[in-house]
Design a binder for this molecule. Structure first.
Ligand SMILES: Cc1ncc(COP(=O)(O)O)c(C=O)c1O
Length: 393
């Protein structure tokens, strides 16, 4: 269009680089696999900065923004930001609040790498942490210090499935000018939206139920605009935003999260009930069971009880190996939240780095198995566990 033609090697770089066609309205957003966007001139760049448009990939990308928008809707949040992993979301969220001399009060049952973030990383920067049973709000209240800036817990904890009362924790946090951060990975925003119960930040490993297909790693933080502003500035510096393809995959996964989870939660309820009856199972931890110590709290806050459970088999290493080899429907895999049922052994995976005394305090025995329930036929699933558990007879 009146533009100059260049020599071959220059044209190879330019030809076909523009999307043509005025009817270009794709049903599904394309993947913007580009590190930068061309800018007309200095004035346009200023407009882009002002309108929060697109210039460079680490600052903003259309696929990442689209995913953030969907997460904000799901979490009933003003804004969200998307990270390259759940741990990136957790570390950035926490570090956007604390500084040297501050204190974090944390639940004593947590994902192991969150423990490592507190105990190994933040400690080096002069931030102290103490742990308390967050299901006992009196103890939490007593453990708050004058320099406590964060109260931190998982809605449903990994792997003991304890449930915290977000509303009560938010009251304690706010009367002490601290922020409440909730890791909502196990519950998902279908089950509970922590900000609606007073939490200040809801973080996720989107790698799990949100993506739901066990094929990408991602994380999110949902919060008020003010909270997001600080976390976003830190994310830019630490450099942990999610890439366009994973953002696209994750958004695709989220579109069907409600559908998957309805089935997964039904299956989890059936499996938990069957395991509770099984003579080779000592105890089942699932918030939907009347025997669960925080069943009432879960009923107050939750729509459904999630698709994660754990149960205790005999602490017999050979028996555990035989059980794992017998399973045909469920798969032994170091992840959770996918559409297939997977199980893991916390002592040798998620909580391997946690010292034995701490593991024992948390109730993580050698025989504890953690199950992420999938969308299989419930009878196939229950029978699979029942036949495999016979190895202990
Ligand atoms: C509860 C919880 N939070 C956070 C994470 C970390 O997520 P990611 O592996 O996406 O960094 C995990 C990982 O298993 C988890 O189970």
């Amino acid at each position: 269009m009146g533009k100059k033609h260049f020599k071959r090697e220059t044209e190879i770089l330019n030809q076909g680089s523009k999307v043509k066609g005025r009817r270009d309205k794709p049903e599904i957003p394309p993947i913007y696999m580009t590190t930068a966007f061309n800018v007309e001139d200095l004035d346009e760049l200023m407009d882009i900065y002002e309108e929060k448009g697109y210039a460079y990939i680490r600052n903003r990308n259309p696929n990442r923004n689209a995913l953030a928008e969907l997460m904000s809707y799901l979490e009933s949040a003003e804004e969200s930001i998307i990270f390259s992993s759940g741990m990136a979301a957790i570390s950035t969220s926490v570090m956007s609040i604390v500084e040297r001399g501050d204190h974090i009060l944390s639940s004593d049952t947590l994902y192991s790498e969150t423990f490592d973030l507190f105990g190994k990383v933040l400690k080096k920067y002069g931030v102290s942490v103490s742990y308390v049973d967050f299901t006992n709000t009196e103890k939490v209240q007593q453990a708050v210090q004058s320099n406590t800036k964060i109260l931190y817990a998982e809605t449903i904890s990994n792997p003991m499935m304890t449930v915290v009362d977000i509303e009560e924790l938010a009251n304690i946090s706010h009367s002490n000018e601290a922020k409440l951060i909730i890791d909502n990975t196990f519950a998902t925003p279908l089950v509970v939206r922590p900000l609606q119960w007073g939490a200040d930040m809801s973080v996720h490993s989107l790698t799990k139920f949100a993506n739901g297909h066990s094929d990408t790693v991602a994380g999110s933080l949902s919060a008020s605009k003010e909270v997001i502003k600080n976390a976003y500035e830190l994310q830019l510096i630490l450099g942990s935003p999610l890439d366009p393809f994973s953002s696209w995959l994750c958004q695709r996964g989220l579109r069907t999260m409600d559908l998957r989870l309805e089935k997964q939660m039904n299956n989890a309820e059936k499996l938990a009930a069957a395991l509770e009856e099984d003579p080779n199972v000592k105890q089942v931890h699932y918030p939907g069971l009347a025997s669960h110590p925080q069943h009432k709290t879960a009923k107050k806050m939750f729509d459904g009880f999630g698709a994660m459970l754990s149960f205790e088999m005999p602490s017999d290493r050979e028996g555990i190996n035989a059980f794992l080899r017998e399973l045909e429907v469920a798969h032994y895999a170091m992840t959770l939240g996918g559409y297939r049922t997977t199980l893991s052994h916390p002592v040798s995976s998620s909580h391997q780095s946690v010292p034995e005394v701490d593991r024992e305090r948390m109730g993580i025995t050698l025989g504890l198995m953690r199950v992420s329930v999938g969308t299989e036929n419930p009878d196939d699933l229950v029978e699979d566990f029942q036949q495999a558990l016979k190895v202990f007879e």
